[in-house]
Design a protein around this ligand. Structure first.
Ligand code: SF4
Length: 107
């Protein structure tokens, strides 16, 4: 192998390594992004009555008013960041950015 061919091979090797590192970084960032966007809409294990309460109070994982979210409601039971919390009125998982008709701001 000539010295020039050896340099080309080394450059290609280093370039492919840089692409690999960039790809891994992008995957880690995507994974972190997905972790933030979690859902708390599962009603698995709830009784039909409990599911009905969620519906009647129009529980949603999102709030149309960023100032009125479950995280700032008196009835919210917090959980670690990135996980569904609970509610003293509604059974099942509750999203900190969620909302329902029974919202009461914390004092
Ligand atoms: Fe969220 Fe409604 Fe429970 Fe308040 S009462 S924490 S707004 S689900």
């Amino acid at each position: 192998m000539t010295k020039r061919a050896s340099n080309l091979t080394r450059r290609r090797f280093l370039a492919s390594g840089a692409v690999g590192v960039a790809s891994i970084t992008a995957l880690v960032a995507l994974s972190a992004c997905r972790k933030r966007q979690f859902s708390c809409n599962s009603t698995n294990g709830l009784s039909p009555e409990d599911v009905d309460v969620r519906k009647r109070l129009f529980y949603s994982d999102t709030s149309s008013d960023p100032q009125k979210t479950c995280a700032s409601c008196q009835h919210y039971v917090p959980a670690p960041a990135g996980e569904c919390g609970g509610c003293k009125l509604i059974k099942g998982p509750i999203h900190p950015q969620g909302y329902c008709k029974s919202y009461v701001p914390q004092i």
